[in-house]
Design a binder for this molecule. Structure first.
Ligand code: NDP
Ligand code: KAL
Length: 257
């Protein structure tokens, strides 16, 4: 018997693929490998063609939908369309974050009210907005994951307002898990170690964070997006039944230090 879960005919929504380096893309490929039917969402029209060519690499044909998570109507419409086109929703991978680059360096308190609100809106509130919109369409044992980072638990230089956003996201995971648990829906987060993606590009001292982890983490190496995706598969499939409200660190053990 294979322990690799089979997700044939089950619909999963993956939100947050910018390019082939995105953690969400690794998650999509892993779910596709397991036979899942995929819906991929992108933030705006200009990202559509890039995503179309990536989606062409998948085994199953995916549905592509635009969904800017700052817009409640767009989110509701997206989930209504998903239900119409693909039936009940077995799971969602929320892999979205944003903060103004100017606030991701220098002093934490130099940020503006507007920068704070935008980072919290896109990076934390959006999880609740998405879960709320998907509520009528969830399968009876659906599972939701989001991506978080250690900078929400403790101070990491330059992570600044994004750390506050991740703290809000981590807490939202707990409140959502408690509210949706009675409906059979699980909500968890994966705290990923540093991975070179478009978001990571040109922000903070990313290279020194990578090398610090390599020198000090129990496994003495960095993690890959594929390793994050296999933990994602565990949480999104029946293998993770029984786990909710949890943050699993996929970071070579760095967080224990
Ligand atoms: P990517 O840049 O590949 O992904 C970030 C995604 O956020 C993009 O696809 C972007 O969409 C999307 N996004 C931003 N604003 C919006 C919006 N308004 N509506 C919809 N989507 C939006 O980077 P990662 O894969 O690294 O990031 C994914 C998640 O992983 C984030 O939550 C990040 O905080 C988290 N994470 C990343 C780590 C890392 O080291 N890379 C470590 C720990 C956590 P678009 O391109 O279409 O604008
Ligand atoms: C301590 C670390 C070093 C980097 C500091 C801050 C990183 C913040 C992540 C945040 C999501 C980055 C941005 O929002 C970048 C944005 O201002 C500019 N980029 C874009 O607009 C691109 C084009 C799009 C695709 O990006 C987004 N996000 O929409 C943290 C490191 C070690 C770990 C990381 C990178 C964590 C994380 O949360 O991503």
């Amino acid at each position: 018997m294979s322990i690799f879960p089979t997700l044939t005919d089950k619909t999963y929504v993956v939100m947050g693929i910018a390019n082939k380096r995105s953690i969400a893309w690794a998650i999509a490929k892993t779910l596709d490998e397991a036979g899942a039917k995929l819906v991929l969402t992108y933030a705006a029209e200009r990202f559509k063609s890039g995503l179309e060519s990536l989606a062409g690499e998948l085994k199953q044909e995916a549905i592509l939908l635009e969904c800017d998570v700052t817009n409640d109507e767009a989110i509701e419409m997206t989930f209504r369309s998903i239900h119409e086109e693909a039936g009940e929703i077995q799971g969602i991978a929320h892999s979205i974050a944003f903060a103004d680059k100017e606030a991701l360096r220098g002093e934490f308190s130099e940020m503006t009210r507007g920068q704070f609100a935008q980072a919290l809106d896109i990076s934390a509130y959006s999880l609740t907005a998405v879960v709320k919109a998907a509520k009528p369409y969830f399968a009876s044992d659906a599972s939701v994951i989001t991506l978080t980072y250690l900078g929400g638990e403790r101070v990491v230089p330059n992570y600044n307002l994004m750390g506050v956003a991740k703290a809000a996201l981590d807490s939202s995971v707990k409140y959502l898990a408690n509210e949706y648990g009675p409906h059979g829906v699980r909500v968890n987060a994966i705290s990923a170690g540093p991975i070179r993606t478009l978001s990571a590009k040109g922000v903070g001292d990313f290279n020194s964070i990578l090398s610090e982890l390599e020198q000090k983490a129990p496994l003495r190496r960095n993690v890959s997006a594929d390793e994050v995706a296999s933990t994602g598969l565990f949480l999104l499939s029946g293998m993770g039944s029984g786990v909710t409200g949890e943050v699993i660190h996929v970071d070579s053990g760095y967080h224990i230090l």
